[in-house]
Design a protein around this ligand. Structure first.
Ligand SMILES: *[C@@H]1O[C@H](CO)[C@@H](O)[C@H](O)[C@H]1NC(C)=O
Ligand SMILES: *[C@@H]1O[C@H](CO)[C@@H](O)[C@H](O)[C@H]1NC(C)=O
Ligand SMILES: *[C@@H]1O[C@H](CO)[C@@H](O)[C@H](O)[C@H]1NC(C)=O
Length: 479
């Protein structure tokens, strides 16, 4: 198993507290209710307007890459079934046996693959969508592959986790999934020319980044090695990030042609192809930044501001996680869940970084985490005047004694005993991620990308504060 690729020396952000105006939990709840009411009203009005509008526009023909809805109408219809940026406006039709048959000749597309564990794959897809925005191409997103869940588990579509119609309407551009384009069970093997970025940013592996998604989609890829100048820190072996705009430049004719080299023949059909101009593709987009490596956690992160914060969970997943919280806190069905502080404590696979420090001393003990929880409660209280007493803990820890100690602190935890059997192997981690994002304040684990992204969500969606607990040596979190 590959360690989470966030392993790095301390790269901290100083402004732990988001600068956005404080919105208390109570204000938040009533605000949400207000928004819901407002939505319901708008939807009714909008449907009326749209009905009128549609009468004056022709059917979206296969060739019209965007139905010319005014921006306003698009914004207020994001929760209605109308989806002007959906597959039918940027593809010829329903999924076909060969992806190429389904692409419109006057639209341009972009894709890539994943291979780094679910949270990192989420970040990779954010990068793919962002690269789509800056190259003005329609992203086509593959499924999530079970790299940390277990190879026997089937992949799960991106759209079963994230609300894709809401995302594309928030972005105002199309976002597609591979399942929209090519039939899931198609046995048609298709050649495709792509850029190999992996060999340009690191020297250990003398091949393009591998991913099972490529096989799952029945693609046979001929890779062209990208130039060394895509790498952010030239010749530096301890980092492997590329610049977004270097990759974007390669998609435009002048830079593309100046950098074409002999492609590697594809593994199955032995065809050599230059990078495709219709469906642009890169082997791997996890390690991509605008300004500096690992920038998602920084306040300026363009990927978060322009894409990540619009990637909301599907309503089904959101409801399921709320049910788990309700049950954890011991509330009856249909009662509203009170505001809570969410906590993510990552242990299990982080042991590899403890080195010679015994695990008991390496990870932050519960009293240290409790001190951080109290600080977040105080911060929330300062902002909203409310003391949020409920604390919901998510963790990969398997030690029962440790969980008993969590319970003794009066903290709650989702019960995943039956989650896999009921919903499938993906769901414990999905539900935990949603719960983390629902906290009005968040306490996470330093160096965990799952915690970093949860903190961003709490900041953007709940306007809540967050902190990451340091670990690695006794007293690592002293402050
Ligand atoms: C592929 O799946 C679709 C429905 O999901 C089914 O109708 C079709 O027969 C399947 N084709 C093959 C070749 O299995
Ligand atoms: C692949 O194609 C090249 C060029 O056509 C040819 O020289 C080579 O022998 C082929 N390799 C295989 C394994 O078929
Ligand atoms: C389980 O957790 C308890 C409490 O944190 C700790 O004392 C014990 O050593 C742990 N057991 C193992 C096997 O790690």
């Amino acid at each position: 198993m590959e360690p989470e690729p966030t392993s790095r020396s301390a790269s901290r952000y100083d402004d732990h507290w988001p600068s956005t105006k404080a919105v208390g939990p109570q204000a938040l709840l009533s605000r949400n209710r207000f928004i819901f009411g407002a939505w319901a009203g708008l939807v009714v009005v909008t449907l009326g307007l749209l009905a009128t509008f549609v009468r004056y526009t022709s059917q979206p023909s296969a060739g019209s890459s965007s139905v010319e809805l005014p921006a306003k109408a698009v914004a207020i219809t994001s929760h209605t079934p109308v989806d002007p940026f959906g597959p039918l406006s940027v593809l010829k039709g329903e999924p076909t046996l060969s992806f190429r048959e389904n692409l419109l000749s006057d639209s341009k597309y972009i894709t890539s693959w994943v291979s780094a564990g679910w949270t990192n794959d989420v970040m990779t897809y954010m990068n793919l969508i962002y690269l789509g925005l800056i190259t003005e191409r329609i992203p086509i997103i593959p499924e999530f592959i079970p790299s940390h869940i277990g190879g026997h588990v089937p992949p799960i579509p991106f759209g079963e986790v994230f609300d894709v119609p809401r995302l594309r309407n928030a972005l105002g551009v199309s976002v597609l999934e591979w399942r929209d384009v090519k039939q899931h069970n198609s046995t048609v093997l298709e050649p495709l020319g792509c850029w190999n970025t992996w060999e340009a940013v690191q020297g250990r592996e003398k091949f393009p980044r591998r991913s099972r998604s490529i096989n799952d989609l029945n693609l046979d890829i001929s890779f062209t090695r990208a130039p060394d100048w895509i790498k952010i820190i030239p010749n530096f072996e301890h980092d492997q990030h590329a610049f977004f705009w270097a990759l974007a430049a390669l998609s435009y004719p002048t830079t593309r042609e100046a950098n074409l080299v002999t492609p590697l023949p594809s593994p199955k059909q032995n065809v050599s192809l230059p990078p495709d101009e219709h469906l642009l593709c890169y082997d791997y987009l996890y390690y991509v930044s605008a300004h500096q490596p690992y920038e998602l956690e920084y306040d300026y992160s363009p990927v978060w501001r322009f894409v990540g914060k619009h990637m909301h969970w599907t309503p089904t997943l959101e409801r399921l996680a709320t049910d788990y919280v309700r049950q954890a806190i011991g509330m009856t069905e249909n009662t509203p869940v009170p505001p809570f502080i969410s906590v993510h404590i990552r242990h299990y696979d982080f042991e590899v970084w403890c080195g010679s420090v015994p695990v008991q001393e390496c990870f932050a003990p519960l009293p240290v985490i409790a001190r951080r929880v109290r600080e977040i409660q105080e911060e929330v209280s300062q902002r909203s005047g409310l003391w949020v007493k409920h604390v919901v803990v998510t963790s990969d820890e398997r030690n029962i004694t440790w969980w008993h100690e969590v319970a003794k602190l009066g903290w709650f935890t989702p019960d995943h005993t039956e989650t896999k059997a009921k919903y499938g192997d993906w769901y414990p981690v999905l539900i935990d991620a949603v719960i983390q994002s629902q906290g009005v304040g968040f306490v996470g684990t330093d160096r965990s990308t799952m915690s970093i992204i949860a903190a961003k969500r709490v900041e953007s969606w709940q306007h809540g504060p967050s902190i990451e607990v340091k670990w690695g040596t006794p007293g690592a979190d002293d402050h």
